[in-house]
Design a protein around this ligand. Structure first.
Ligand code: SIN
Length: 306
């Protein structure tokens, strides 16, 4: 029988949380080229003293990457980049993806989210308000994404990120043991396929068939165990029947929703956010109608989760 009130809350874990920012062996190393202002104990830091519009020397690039691993999402204020400058900055961290389903901006690498104004126009509705990692329907999902505010509403339209390493650490021990070797199927179909003709969906499924990933991935650079199941793209757990799988996927997706390992960004003109897509999920609050919100995103290619 399900508990109620405090009993139910206790089974979900009230009280202090395990708040580890990194694995214990990671250690502290000073930054020489940038100043960081952490936003929370575990996730999110504002980076000061950097101009992203020009060339980035290797030392600064390496420090940004290290800061990204530690804080999982970095915020840069007052940058006012062009689309081309955003792409040039992103290329310093790897090759860029082309998104096959989303509208692009000036170049094929840039995804443009232009929302608000006209709720009846398909595509104008902000539908990024579900917890997810980007493109986990790919065999090799993006390593990171860089999002630039082009036009921000006066109020609303914040983005939130969750640290999925903390999300894993705070699962009950028996559940961690149960899921450690499980695999899950991810697919684009429920998010991008619903409005496609059957012919196009079949063609896109040929190009991007459902893919299996571990439920708990090991971060390839930090070694940290990270919960890798999300509400947008994870379809089912391999080897479980439909009901069991749905209950487990729901339970694991809830794990992104704890404020203790979230950070929330209030966008301003010129703000840029850079997140590690392997260790986080994000959610764009769709609360700004009828105001406009225009963002541009580029994604850096990643590797196969293990
Ligand atoms: C996204 O889901 O990648 C977009 C996030 C946002 O618009 O804040």
């Amino acid at each position: 029988m399900r508990g109620t009130g405090l009993t139910r809350a206790m089974s979900w874990g009230v009280g202090p949380r395990v708040m580890r920012r990194m694995p214990p062996e990671w250690g502290e190393r000073p930054f020489t080229q940038l100043k960081l202002e952490p936003c929370t104990e575990v996730i999110g830091a504002e980076v000061l003293g950097i101009d992203l519009s020009g060339p980035l020397d290797d030392t600064t690039r390496d420090e940004i990457r290290r800061a990204l691993l530690e804080w999982k999402v970095l915020f840069f204020r007052d940058q006012h980049l062009t689309s081309a400058q955003q792409v040039a900055f992103a290329r310093r961290f790897g090759d860029l993806e082309h998104h096959p389903f989303l509208r692009t901006g000036d170049s094929a690498e840039v995804v443009r989210f232009e929302k608000g104004e006209d709720l009846d126009k398909p595509g104008s509705v902000g539908t990024e308000n579900g917890w997810h990692s980007d493109v986990t329907w790919r065999t090799e999902p993006a390593m990171g994404s860089i999002l630039r505010a082009v036009e921000v509403p006066e109020r609303g339209g914040d983005t939130l990120w969750a640290d999925m390493g903390c999300a894993y650490d705070n699962l009950p021990e028996d559940l961690r043991a149960r899921i450690d070797d499980m695999r899950a199927v991810h697919s684009f179909v429920h998010v991008f396929g619903y409005a496609m003709s059957p012919e196009r969906k079949a063609e896109m499924l040929r190009q991007y068939p459902p893919v299996e990933h571990p439920v708990v991935r090991t971060h390839p650079e930090t070694g940290r165990k990270t919960l890798f199941v999300n509400a947008f793209f994870t379809e089912r757990i391999v080897g479980l029947d439909d009901d069991e799988s749905e209950v487990l996927v729901d339970r694991l997706c809830q794990q992104a929703m704890h404020p203790e390992w979230q950070v929330r960004l209030r966008w301003e003109p010129g703000t840029v956010a850079f997140w590690d897509n392997r260790s986080t999920q994000h959610y764009a609050s769709s609360d700004y109608y009828p105001r406009r919100r225009v963002m541009e995103r580029v994604a850096i290619k990643g590797d196969r989760p293990f």
